[in-house]
Ligand binder design. Structure first.
Ligand code: ADP
Length: 162
C-alpha cells in the first residue's frame, strides 16, 4: 500500500523553503499531497486559485507530488486521504511552540497518523511567506527565494498597489 503524507499550509505564496521541504519529504513517502488551506479568516494576499497555480507550476510535474485545496479540520482530511503522516517545516525555535501544540491537538483528534517535522536547508531558515510579501510590497528583491512565477506575480501586485 502507498504511504501518503499531507503537507498542509497557506502557501501565501509558496517559497523555496516550502519546496525544499517537499523535496525532502518526497524521499520519505510514496506520495506527498500538498494541501493548500483556503483560510478566508487569514485574509490571504493571493487567492486560493492563485496559490494553487503557483504550486502546480512549481511542483506539479514532480513524480509523487499532488497539489490540492482543503478546508475544514486537517485531521478529517488526513483520514479521508488515508495518509500516514502530516509534514511540517521547522525553521527555528520560534516555530516550535505553535507546531508542538498543533501536533498534539491533532493527535487528540486522530491518533492514527504522526506529524513529521523536517528542517529546510539552512539558507531557508529565515524565509517565510509573510517576509517575502512584505519585502516585495516595499519594492525589495525576492529573487532566489521564491519560484519565478511567484516573483513575477509579487512584482505585478506591488506595481498595481503602488
Ligand atoms: P501555515 O499558515 O499553516 O503556517 P505556511 O504556508 O506559512 O502555512 O507554512 C506551511 C508549513 O511550511 C509550516 O510547517 C511552516 O513551518 C513551513 N515553512 C514555511 N516556510 C518555511 C521555510 N522557509 N522552511 C521550512 N519550512 C517552512
Amino acid at each position: 500500500m502507498k504511504r501518503a503524507a499531507i503537507y498542509p499550509g497557506s502557501f501565501d505564496p509558496v517559497t523555496n523553503g516550502h519546496l525544499d521541504i517537499i523535496e525532502r519529504a518526497r524521499h520519505l513517502f510514496d506520495e506527498i499531497i500538498v494541501a493548500v488551506s483556503e483560510n478566508p479568516s487569514k485574509r490571504p494576499y493571493f487567492s486560493l486559485p492563485e496559490r494553487l497555480r503557483f504550486l502546480h507550476q512549481a511542483v506539479g510535474a514532480r513524480p509523487g507530488v499532488r497539489v490540492e485545496a482543503f478546508s475544514g479540520l486537517l485531521t478529517d482530511y488526513v483520514k479521508k486521504k488515508k495518509a500516514v503522516a502530516v509534514i511540517r517545516g521547522l525553521r527555528a525555535v520560534s516555530d516550535f511552540e505553535y507546531e508542538f501544540q498543533m501536533a498534539l491537538m491533532n493527535r487528540r483528534q486522530n491518533n492514527r497518523f504522526e506529524t513529521v517535522f523536517l528542517m529546510p536547508d539552512e539558507k531557508y531558515t529565515y524565509l517565510s511567506s509573510s517576509l517575502v510579501r512584505e519585502v516585495s510590497r516595499l519594492g525589495g528583491r525576492v529573487r532566489g527565494l521564491v519560484p519565478t512565477g511567484v516573483e513575477k506575480a509579487l512584482q505585478q501586485r506591488a506595481q498595481d498597489h503602488a
